[in-house]
Design a protein around this ligand. Structure first.
Ligand code: SF4
Length: 296
């Protein structure tokens, strides 16, 4: 991999995205507003929002729009959230149905204030979506539930098709994003336990916060050490001036190299690119895995 660091004050051309405002985009916007639903697309200021919404996909953010943690990379609002809404699961299911999604991705803010971390609401949401149409696949991108196996089990018993939990960054970067190294181990344990409980597991990494190549590869090894199946790798972008600074913009070719290396580590599917996020084209990754598994 090239060690050349690109001037980080100027965004390189491959990170510039076109803003779309087609009818699908506004359909999604209006639907979410009508159903009073949040998305991580908006809350995290995702650069892919134009592309995804124009294709009528979005990632639902349940359990409110305020997070009880304060990670330095994340643009989601912090603070004490409101109590969970009792009919949020059915509103998500209605939106999934209205958008015609065959693959739904659901995530949440971290709710350390709730006894189960919001696991029961995840489970209710998976069930509500599948009740509308059992053929719809559901990927959940969960918080660590403070390592609670009971909470994890609650989610897994609702039978999500993919259990995603992001490591986010290599272990050495955890202190720089307001997380302790124990959080890194806790996240690995979540993935390990999820695998033991029979889930297809997925994780995601952001790079560009000052990690070395060796640390990236160690993270691949750690994830494979807990048999993680799927991996996404994307460029960290500073979402607001209050978030951690970008230390390096990686070239697209470097992402391609990392994808090949990660596949050599044994991940079943890897999506790696400057604008890749954990839910980006998630349906494609799942379909590709499914085709391989069933030799289609
Ligand atoms: S990549 Fe994920 S979070 Fe970003 S816009 Fe697409 S669906 Fe939303």
């Amino acid at each position: 991999m090239s060690s050349t660091e690109i001037q980080t004050k100027i965004k390189p051309p491959w990170l510039k995205v076109k803003l779309a405002s087609d009818k699908n985009f506004f359909y999604v916007f209006n639907l979410l507003k009508k159903k009073n639903l949040n998305t991580i697309c908006q809350s995290a200021k995702c650069p892919n929002i134009s592309e995804c919404w124009s294709q009528k996909t979005a990632t639902f953010l349940i359990l409110g729009d305020r997070c009880t943690r304060d990670c330095a990379f994340c643009a989601v609002k912090k603070g004490l959230p409101s109590p969970p809404s009792l009919n949020e699961a059915s509103r998500v299911a209605e939106a999934v149905s209205a958008m015609g999604l065959r693959y739904a991705v659901v995530t949440s803010v971290t709710r350390d204030d709730l006894p189960d971390g919001g696991a029961s609401i995840f489970a209710a949401t998976i069930k509500a979506i599948k009740k509308k149409d059992s053929g719809i696949k559901v990927e959940v991108l969960i918080p660590d539930f403070k390592g609670s196996e009971d909470a994890l089990k609650t989610v897994i018993l609702a039978l999500p098709d993919v259990l995603n939990h992001n490591l986010e960054v290599p272990e050495s970067i955890y202190p720089l994003i307001n997380r302790s190294k124990e959080n890194y181990c806790c996240s690995l344990k979540v993935l390990e336990k999820a695998k033991e409980m029979g889930a297809v597991t997925k994780s995601g990494l952001m790079i560009g916060l000052g990690e070395t190549k060796k640390e990236i590869l160690q993270t691949f090894a750690d994830l494979r050490g807990v048999s993680c199946d799927l991996l996404t790798i994307g460029q960290y972008l500073q979402p607001t001036k209050n978030n951690a600074h970008v230390k390096k913009y990686y070239y697209p070719l470097e992402f391609e190299q990392l994808e090949k290396i990660a596949l050599d580590f044994g991940f079943k599917e890897v999506e790696s690119g400057p604008l890749v996020r954990s839910s980006y084209r998630a349906h494609k990754m799942y379909n590709s895995l499914f085709k391989k598994q069933y030799n289609w």
